[in-house]
Design a protein around this ligand. Sequence first.
Ligand SMILES: [Zn+2]
Length: 91
Amino acid sequence: MDLRIKRWGAGYAVFDGSKRLTAELSRYEIAEHRKDKISAERKQQRRPCLCCTEMFMSEGAHNRLCKSCRQRDVEPAHCSVARGSRKASLS
Ligand SMILES: [Zn+2]
């Protein structure tokens, strides 16, 4: 990952190498904010859900269940595989 803020037009833009990722931004602070957001999004990874094994965008190592399985959390019988580790991380 090599995100950089460079001058673009009359303002700034966020670049990944030579690829421009944002529109022209009027202020450096705005570009910096966008850069942080983009790099946070990139930390997310596709992981298989521990419950249904479907691929989903994980927010990090703590996040191993897909959205629909997390919503079903009230009925743990649906997720026999993940039950042990999930309970531990919740307490
Ligand atoms: Zn799932």
